[in-house]
Design a protein around this ligand. Structure first.
Ligand SMILES: *Cc1c(COP(=O)(O)O)cnc(C)c1O
Length: 495
């Protein structure tokens, strides 16, 4: 029997994996979830000797049941190739007694590459399978990381076109340069005269605009989303947790069946949910530890059972975790509600209306696979500094949040277990905050001047992604006002 997907807000609605990938969001506003989490059908012993690509196939074939072997292997081959600067695709680094799973060896040196390098292929394959003839136009609003990773992933992928909107003065220098220098005949990026919320609302309005959809369909286009709620982004993320466990076993860092604790720096709750799925597939994972920065809405939720986004939004040095609505949490809520889609819908509607909801004691009791912690700005900087001082390992600000939470957790719980930290960005991407944490004297220096200094200090070569932007040509210069976004999209598509 092949695995189908249902909506968290309507269990009656069932679609295939490829339909779920094409749709992104369920029509009722819910998220697609697999009817059940499949169990691995190969042993850890067998997985031990496999490559990343082989493990990717073993994991993803179980979730993407309507993909043929040839289709799925084709997608994997095109995604996990020399775009990554290591053959391992994801590297494991042991620092003191903790393992860092470096998920930033792809084209844009952040973990979004792990999923966004395969999503375009999953999407075009899904389109073919479902006889969609239109060109798929990806619209994305970005506060920095997702936009570039999506552009790099979709660049020159046949049958697709991508348009990214970012706030003109709302992203870092490195991030802006990364985007405006992106090559590819099907990519465009537009700086809007507004903030991220304006960009996000503008994109959402276009998705919901039926007249626009009709007009574009007449010209052979349809919109789709590369947003992190697409199961085409979630499923590829399960792979690296299976891979990490298998490799730790191969390297004799773990004994057969030994529990591994996993700590994930969390924003939209996608990455840690993937780890939860890996655990349910049969990977011996102990606690899943959710690490937040000062926007600790998730920490409070795990502590109290109340999710409350009505609070001050804090701009931190780990911006990809500056989120007050963690969309993927809905998938966990659905699980702890006993797959009750009415209950899930009720809570999500309360979140939309009042910005808050509280789960029942029964539901809260089902969260025991999870633990949570957070790091303040000072604690994050201190962690970067201390780990560098003791070991020479330099980590980025997001990873440092998880690293701090990990140390604190073991100090208080004394489990004696081993820990895996999801390392989500290269320190080069957040060079200013990282260098300043190591030594305050760098606070006054220019971001670009600090790059060679980071290389000297970390003894880790400058990633290609950074070298690229230092001498690449600016290829994109479109700007527009917030109320001109739709017009701009039409102009780009009519070229
Ligand atoms: C997106 C991102 C995160 C948060 O991941 P979620 O899946 O949204 O929880 C953490 N760190 C970095 C560097 C990111 O880009």
């Amino acid at each position: 029997m092949s695995l189908h997907y249902k909506s968290t807000r309507n269990s009656e609605l069932k679609v295939t994996a490829s339909e779920a990938i094409l749709k992104g969001l369920a029509p009722d506003g819910g998220l697609f979830v697999p009817e059940e989490i499949p169990k691995l059908d190969v042993s850890m012993e067998q997985l031990k000797s496999m490559s990343y690509q082989e493990i990717a196939y073993e994991v993803m074939k179980l979730f993407l049941a309507d993909f043929t072997e040839g289709e799925l292997k084709g997608c994997i081959e095109k995604a996990y190739d020399s775009k990554f600067d290591t053959e391992e695709i994801a590297s494991l680094v042991k620092v003191s007694d903790t393992y860092y799973l470096e998920l930033f060896h792809g084209a844009t040196i952040a973990f979004k590459d792990m999923a966004l390098s395969i999503l375009p292929h999953l999407l075009t394959t899904s389109a073919k399978k479902n006889h969609v003839e239109n060109k798929i136009v990806i619209l994305t609003a970005t506060s920095g990381d997702t936009g570039k990773a999506a552009m790099a992933g979709f660049a020159d992928v046949e049958g697709t076109q991508i348009i990214v909107f970012y706030p003109k003065n709302g992203v870092s220098k490195v991030q802006e340069l990364q985007m405006v220098t992106q090559k590819g005949s099907n990519v465009d990026v537009v700086a809007i005269h507004g903030n991220f919320d304006n960009a996000q609302s503008g994109v959402k309005a276009m998705f919901e605009n039926k007249e626009l959809a009709e007009e574009l369909a007449g010209k052979g286009y349809q919109f789709s989303s590369a947003n992190s709620i697409n199961i085409g982004r979630l499923v590829p993320q399960v792979v690296y947790y299976v891979y990490a466990y298998a490799k730790l076993l191969e390297n004799e860092e773990l004994a057969n069946g030994e529990e591994l604790q996993v700590v994930v720096p969390t924003g939209n709750f996608g990455n840690i949910l993937a780890a939860y799925y890996a655990k349910q597939m049969g990977v011996p994972i102990g606690k899943l530890i959710c690490a937040s920065n000062e926007n600790k809405v998730l920490f409070d939720f795990f502590q109290t059972g109340t999710y409350d986004k009505n609070r001050e939004f804090v701009l931190t040095t780990s911006p990809s975790m500056d989120i007050l609505i963690s969309s993927n949490l809905e998938r966990l809520i659905y699980v702890i509600a006993g797959e009750d889609s009415d209950k899930t819908k009720e809570l999500m509607e309360a979140l939309k209306k009042d910005g808050t909801y509280t789960v029942s004691e029964d539901m809260k009791a089902k969260l025991s696979d999870f633990a949570a912690g957070y790091a303040t700005e000072d604690e994050t900087a201190e962690q970067i500094h201390d780990v560098y001082d003791k070991t020479g390992y330099v980590m980025d600000t997001h990873t440092a949040v998880a690293s701090y939470v990990c140390s604190r957790y073991e100090q208080s719980e004394k489990t004696g277990k081993k820990y895996l930290i999801a390392s989500t960005a290269s320190p080069y991407k957040f060079v200013k905050s990282v260098m300043t944490a190591i030594d305050a004297k760098y606070a006054e220096e220019d971001e670009f001047a600090l790059l060679p200094k980071l290389q000297e200090l970390s003894q880790v070569g400058m990633p290609q992604a950074i070298k690229d932007i230092l001498d690449a040509n600016v290829l994109h210069n479109i700007e527009c006002d917030v109320d001109q976004m739709e017009e701009t999209v039409k102009q780009i598509l009519n070229r």
